[in-house]
Design a protein around this ligand. Sequence first.
Ligand SMILES: Nc1nc2c(ncn2[C@@H]2O[C@H](COP(=O)(O)OP(=O)(O)OP(=O)(O)O)[C@@H](O)[C@H]2O)c(=O)[nH]1
Ligand SMILES: [Mg+2]
Length: 687
Amino acid sequence: MGQSGTGPNGTRNLGPRCIALVGPFQSGKTTLLEAILSRTGAVQRQGTVDAGTTIGDASKEARHHKMSVEATFATTNFMDDNYTFIDCPGSIEFIQDMRSVLPAVDAAVVVCEADEKKVPQLQLILRELEDQNIPHFLFLNKIDKADKRVRETIKLLQPASRVPLLLRQIPIWNGDIISGFVDLALERAYVYREHAPSEIIELKGQDLDRKKEARFTMLETLADHDDQLMEQLLEDIEPPRDKVFDDLAKELRDRIVCPVLLGVATRSNGVLRLLKALRHESPGASETAQRLGVKTSNGAIALVLKTFHTTHGGKMSIVRLLAGQAGDGTTLATPAGDAGRVSGVFKLMGQHFEKRAQATAGETVALGKLDTAKTGDTLSSGKQPAAALVQARPYPPVLAIAVQAKERKDDVKLGPAFTKLTEEDPSLTVVHNAENHEVVIWGQGEMHLRVAAERLADRFMVPVSTRPPSVGYRETIRKPITQRGRHKKQSGGHGQFGDVVLEIKPLPRGSGFKFEDRITGGVVPRNYIPAVEEGVIDALKHGPLGFPVVDLSVALIDGSYHTVDSSDQAFRTAGRIGIVEGLPQCQPVLLEPIHQVEIVCPTEATAKMNAILSGRRGQILGFDTREGWDGWDTVRAQMAEAEIGDLIIEVRSATAGVGSFIFKFDHMAELTGRTADQIVAARRAAE
Ligand SMILES: Nc1nc2c(ncn2[C@@H]2O[C@H](COP(=O)(O)OP(=O)(O)OP(=O)(O)O)[C@@H](O)[C@H]2O)c(=O)[nH]1
Ligand SMILES: [Mg+2]
């Protein structure tokens, strides 16, 4: 293994690297990883996504859905350097895994296609990279299917990027198909060969002219940030090749350009040039550590990129070591001081782990049995735990399902399974609803939740059934009444006697429930009054329409008792009877939760959002351009909780998968008419 560090002119950086493969859905990331692994000799034969033989999509869920559903790590060697590639899922529903690994990578390769429909997704991903200051290349994949000129494609994709897309390679066309490429920095032309390094050829005629023109465009863009190069160009001086490479590396690292390379992942074309660009131009671990503000005096420092639980090996934390060394027995602590001892260091190859010796700075490995470490944690071995290098900020959830163990006997396994599930995927949250004993999993979309349910069954051995979660309906009353509640039982010896008079009154929205004791002269002895209140509260859990009753006051104004037969129990029952008999006469009415919703979407979709919202009883409050997001809008509305339930599905399908929303409870509103009748009827039927 080489020394990590920067060479004299910043162009060469040896030592272990960590590179993320990111990009829109289905752009070829997993296929590219496979091509990289086969090109670097880590796998014998390049697997394919369609045959289900890739390292990247080796998990059962990924194979089943033929898409990546989590980040997969694979370490290989290229020209004597250690490289860990992270194949990230493209679907926005699984984007959390990408967001968790990005802080620790040296660079990202954004795999994309010449597809207009995927530009908003590309923008979303580039935005993450830009916000997190990650140097990135674009790998324009699937150019075997290209039907437009690359320059046009760049024009199409440019709006997604805040920095110039810098075309570094141009294709060589052979009729309608691309047969090779010219590397504009190296000034060499290659023809593709299937699953083999491309062959160098000599350029002639038109191709040579096109190369000269494209190279000039590339140099011009580079010269925008390099005065010396600009002078050379103006004076027609051919800049030295090393200078061009230095500029490419520097401007990538400074994140002022995004170099674009071409290729065909399925045939492994363009892969070697990509690897060489990474080797020569991507920053190394020491620069990444600097970017994160790592203080190296503190022993080992590592960032947890992913957590998962193996069936037999227990918990595994995949970390990038940013400083120091870590091996079996190293104690690593979280910023909060929760320490654990490493038990096993493993090399990563998809689902496969290989035990290895200790890891050194720059390497990405799995560490066994760090029970307190979570994804996103900064771990350190020094006496004083190092401060957190990054803050976890999972996207707020947008969809929920209620889950239940299929078999009662599995109920006890659910709790630990949920803990593991949410540890592995911080963008899932589990909420226990005490009121209706429902357990709800919140996540990022339909597929995300489906995969979560599959994981519960396959990985954590708890098969679950799922259904839509119930809506937080309430009911209230419109009319005040006074009602007597009387409980009298004479059965043989000891009887039961409780008698109360309740004044039941509506309260303004949001007041909840108030109980008042207005007894005078001890007609109900003081010691029984708490029992009356308990009985009332108990009856309010289930009103005449079937829902908890809110926004009312109940005053105990009169009653009577019996010296022998009265008891707490009897007065509790009397209180309950008063409510059960009284409420139906108070004109009960259904209340439904209304939320404040904020949808973000590309501007083209804004009109569709308005239609979706109106179709769902939404009240549109207004729309604005989305702050800091060119070409996006924010639509604000108020919507009933019942209508938000599956809103995300419609929003995603109207926005090529990129629209999203956040929501916050606003108020409860009366609901009457047919919709209300249906809800009450459904509730009755379910009881
Ligand atoms: N023609 C062509 N097809 C490709 C190329 N690369 C990938 N594909 C196909 O594109 C489809 C998606 O490939 P994947 O590698 O799964 O894409 P991905 O980006 O990993 O997908 P997600 O992880 O689900 O976002 C598969 O059917 C691949 O065979 C390519 O260079 N040319
Ligand atoms: Mg994939």
